[in-house]
Design a protein around this ligand. Sequence first.
Ligand code: ADP
Ligand code: 5GP
Length: 211
Amino acid sequence: MSSATLHRGLLLVLSAPSGTGKTTLARRFVEAHADAAFSVSVTTREPRGAERDGVDYHFVDALAFQRMIERDELVEWAEVHGNFYGSPRSTVDRVFSTGGIAVFDIDVQGGQSIQRGYPEAVLVFVLPPSMAELERRLRERGTESEDSIRRRMLAARSEVEHGARAYDYLVVNDTVDRAYGELEAIVTAERCRRGRVDLAALGLEAPRRGS
Ligand code: ADP
Ligand code: 5GP
């Protein structure tokens, strides 16, 4: 039996101001872990650059998004930069049944609503090394208009203030390798937490209080 089967499912939420590099970190994490699944969000925004439907997002119209809310198919949803985004419940259900890791690349309000529904979720906020570097990365990605860059930079400061207060862990994405190492360390420690190791699967009972 591999040790992964002894772990209960883990919800790992990554949030950061747009352009910080959380998608880069999330994708690398999922590629490195066979039991990790990226939570592909549903969105009403248009695809940009080389984004693919079903891989980067499920792109839907406002009516389809509304139907998913009504059918309770989203564990959380929010309006961000004028578009709707939501996380499918099916990913969470799958991870809890297999003991894997679901990686969410969502905003702070989404992360907090996941934690309200699933208090054991782990919330990691990724910080840019500076606001100037954040703006440089947004421009370098080459996917945003000037107007969108301005809007995202305006939102970034309050996102940092909010996320730095509300999240469990803060990781500065100065170099990808260093930040990724911290992310791995967080997940390794969280997976070993008392309560996340399935003692029954080992044939051991959980210790009783006071014993
Ligand atoms: P987010 O998902 O937070 O919006 P992305 O992962 O799309 O951010 O990264 C934004 C841009 O910054 C991309 O062009 C990415 O290649 C680049 N990037 C990510 N991490 C770093 C880093 N540590 N140093 C330099 N550039 C980075
Ligand atoms: P972008 O348009 O740059 O892909 O994403 C804009 C913002 O929406 C980012 O902060 C991203 O993390 C957030 N986002 C993406 N998917 C979801 C989601 O399913 N729920 C919530 N609450 N936010 C999301």
